[in-house]
Design a protein around this ligand. Sequence first.
Ligand code: ADP
Length: 508
Amino acid sequence: MIGVDIGTTSTKSVLYDMKGKVIAYANTGYQLYQDIPDMAEEDPEDIFDAVIEVLGQVIRKGKVQSSEIKGISFSSAMHSLILMDQNDQPLTRAITWADNRAAKYSDELKNNGIGAQIYAKTGTPIHPMAPLSKIIWLRNEKPELFKQTKKFIDIKTYVFFRLFGVYKMEYSIASATGMFNIFELKWDQQALELLHISEDQLPDLVEPTDTIKGINLKYGDLLNISPETPFVFGASDGTLSNLGVNAIDPGVVAVTIGTSGAVRVVVDKPVVDPDGKLFCYALTKDKWVVGGPVNNGGIVFRWVKDQLFAPERITAEQMQVSTYDILTQIAEKIPAGSDGLLFHPYLGGERAPIWNAYARGSFFGLTRKHTRAHMVRAALEGIVYNLYVVMLTIEKLTGKPKSIQATGGFARSSLWRQMLADIFEQDVTIPESFESSCLGAAVLGMYALGYVDDLSVVKDMIGVTDIHHPNTDNFEVYRELLPIWIRVSERLEPEYKEIAEFQKKHSN
Ligand code: ADP
């Protein structure tokens, strides 16, 4: 079974045996176009070529015959948008989730109350990331492109179109467009009316477990894939990552701290947050992933490393050791709670939990006693407090968590892993999972094609590298500090816009 994950800066592919053992791996990167502020686009052609390249590589490296490939199943990044013309040619590049040019229109939707009505049916937070806002932006600011558009699709639909000549989008990617009614499993009429588009301008909807055969012979011959080989539509990278780290049982929470971060939990029915602050995306028709995406994950630790510890960084690089390891050793000497120094990590605005693009970072509680070491520890703690606040919002919808499966670059630090256990007051397991979205795609593929009865087989396919239990002394300190952290965060909120506008006005 081959799992393919179409990401924002690269596409990965893993060939597995039916027990989930990795046989071959390939990864090909491409450019993210950021020609003007707020733009973040990819060339669909580059991505299609990357998909063909990684498929070719794993088939060659794995030395498999076409008859041995039982299926190929797909994961992809959410929220991308490509406009296709009457001749089925792209009118735009793929506008990714990271593109912010629709911000003005998502703000309008939030302010006029229509956004809340649509969110309550679609489960996609109102934000420039989502195609809903992007299409309004295109209609207003690129009307000539909007008028020529035959289909509004995403990158995975594009790849399947090139391979099979049909426009089909599965529920998982559809549920992240902001236009898909998650309760009725169809395109939402109110959203379509708002956008001035008709249903036939959107792809046909299929289930994540639906399959298609008959690959275009040109690519079938090139890759040595038979027209009989089934392709599984699959799901989105976030939802498949929950599957790939075995966080699919009720109460098992997936926490990721990579460059950004996320908290996600699987439920068996779609649910929405009364305040519109959580997403609810389909993994399959019967499994839904509720959660919040966070901008400020490890990227904040990177800032600490680069801006507060530049000399240490240079020494560490000369000694060929990780500056992050040195910094976590420094932070480890400071007690839990950083002697009352609090840090709000909003260096890059924030999505969940506050959904405020103007949010900015701050240290609170500084005294002359505090050192740079306190600042590192406070930064690491602040990132986790912020994720914990997301968890508190999720908990209201899905109940108390039972345990945490955590992944991402942060897991290289035992101090940071323990902090997660202490602040969340939960057992934290670090699964030994390689390319979790590819594995998730492959397991979904095995399930879709009847090779396994249940998605839970994934638990036998991944190992465990570390387990952390909450330390009572530490979590008591965190319990005292958290309410202060949350209150300060709420009090700062009204001030963010003004300082952000000052920064914009005076930036050069
Ligand atoms: P991405 O999300 O881009 O795939 P990763 O999951 O590798 O990236 O996470 C990168 C982040 O992991 C870095 O920004 C840094 O904060 C953190 N990180 C990397 N190495 C370490 C380490 N040794 N100790 C603690 N954190 C680390």
